[in-house]
Design a protein around this ligand. Structure first.
Ligand code: HSE
Length: 448
């Protein structure tokens, strides 16, 4: 018995596992293609076949490049939950509410196993879904919800199940990593690179989910629930990458760092949890700094297992379809675990307030440069560093540089201080006549 559920498919079954797929976008059609192309391999590995019997999508007539003839078509995706010919519902529509939520909840209540790639749904309704899955003894699998083709859930829930992780963190969004990489390597403009990520199918329907960190936050929340304990998603601190310029990336590199959009969670004493998503400076020699393009990576550290880093493609048709079908293979083998890999049901707790968490920071301020003014950047740097020291901000390094055709910029690295100290100082800096616009502060995280 490898399943924690009674209401699932027996590991000795040989009849086809019958699937109903809701959502025929990039991932949905990828799943159909993969199941058909690897039919023999899947049968070999599970002793049974995966048979697609029904589908649902918004547009019935669109040519998706896959043959849908002979499949039952449901105009309303929620009807898949009641379709008696289906064993497993595959939810690939996305969205934390609406049809996706209705379908997943109705399927679990109907005792139909669910496989989904929907990170927003799983992260935002973690407790309800865990309870439904437990009450109805029906598995809900979501490997594709976190980091595309990388077996992140399997690694955290099974691979290091014997250890008590202390920290996990990584690059959990392909679009933002693709944009930062392209900006660093080619100097291309943000909007131009974002358009390419959308064309390639990496970006979310609303790409602000990628750029502003919410997509990574959903994934981090899910991983945190498995590695540590469930958290209240609304207390996870999230900041995006819109303020980062190519100059910041170049300056960070000069100082021995890379800028990456990170999601990090840590186990704190007394069963508390720290979790946040924000762009950070990480050492240029670290493993995560080498992860570029649409690639994602996750590092998990535990006292017994030590640091483990896994990386791969975090978005796109092939990798995401691969993760969805791996979950289906688990079900076909009769293997399913509780959502968070534990038998008790822990209520979500709030994350520690990010303002209280200490870190070193990178500070960048643009000098005010009226036309034709001669700027004494040395003097400005000296005045600003004096101001910061008088305010009790400990500085480790200060410098200025002048990008071609722009006003000089001041760059300062602080020693570790609580983030609330940085939040207090930013408006003070912005108010000085020396500084133009909003200064930027980025956390420096010492990840391996
Ligand atoms: N938009 C997401 C990304 C897709 O860029 O990583 C996978 O969640």
């Amino acid at each position: 018995m490898t399943s924690a559920y009674t209401n699932t498919v027996s590991s000795s079954a040989t009849s086809p596992l019958r699937l109903g797929i809701a959502g025929l976008g990039t991932v949905g059609t990828g799943v159909i293609r993969l199941i058909r192309e690897h039919a023999d391999l899947i049968k070999n590995r599970t002793g049974r076949s995966l048979e697609i019997v029904a589908v649902s999508a918004r547009n019935r007539t669109r040519n998706r490049g896959v043959d849908l003839s002979g499949l039952t078509w449901h105009d309303n995706p929620v009807d898949l939950a009641a379709d008696k010919q289906i064993d497993v519902v595959v939810e690939l529509m996305g969205g934390a509410e609406g049809s996706a939520r209705d379908l997943v909840e109705a399927s679990l209540k109907a005792g139909k196993a669910v496989v989904t790639a929907n990170k927003a749904l799983v992260a935002r309704h973690a407790q309800t879904l865990a309870q439904l899955s437990h009450t109805h003894q029906t598995p809900l699998l979501f490997e594709a919800a976190v980091a595309g083709g990388i077996p992140a859930i399997k690694t955290v829930r099974e691979g290091v199940a014997a250890d008590k992780a202390t920290r996990l963190g990584g690059i959990l969004n392909g679009t933002s990593n693709f944009i930062l990489t392209e900006m660093a390597e080619t100097g291309r403009a943000f909007a131009d690179v974002l358009k390419e990520a959308q064309d390639k199918g990496y970006a979310e329907a609303d790409p602000s989910a990628d750029i502003d960190g919410w997509d990574a936050a959903h994934k981090l929340s899910i991983l945190t629930a498995i590695a540590f304990r469930p958290i209240d998603f609304d207390t996870l601190a999230v900041s995006g990458m819109r303020a980062i310029t190519t100059q910041d990336i170049h300056q960070a590199r000069q100082l021995g760092y890379a800028i990456k959009m990170l999601g990090v969670a840590k186990r704190l004493p007394e069963d508390r949890v720290e979790a946040w998503v924000q762009p950070c400076l990480i050492p240029a020699h670290s493993g995560l700094a080498q992860i570029n393009g649409v690639y994602n990576a996750l590092t998990i550290e535990g006292p017994f297992s030590g640091p483990i880093t896994i990386s791969g493609q975090g978005a796109g048709e092939g990798p995401t379809a691969s993760a969805v079908v791996a979950d289906l293979i688990d079900l076909a083998r009769g293997h399913a675990l509780p959502l968070w890999g534990r038998m008790d049901e822990l209520a979500p707790i709030p994350c520690e307030p990010v303002e209280k968490l200490p870190s070193a920071f990178y500070l960048r301020a643009n000098l005010n440069a009226p036309a034709d003014a001669v700027i004494d950047a040395d003097k400005a740097l000296s005045e600003i560093t004096t101001l910061l020291r008088n305010e009790g901000i400990p500085l480790a390094k200060t410098l200025h540089h002048t990008p071609l055709g722009e006003a000089p910029q001041l760059i300062m690295l602080t020693r570790p201080i609580p983030q609330e100290e940085i939040n207090r100082i930013l408006p003070i800096l912005e108010e000085t006549t020396l500084i133009s616009g909003a200064p930027l502060a980025l956390r420096i995280e010492d990840l391996p």
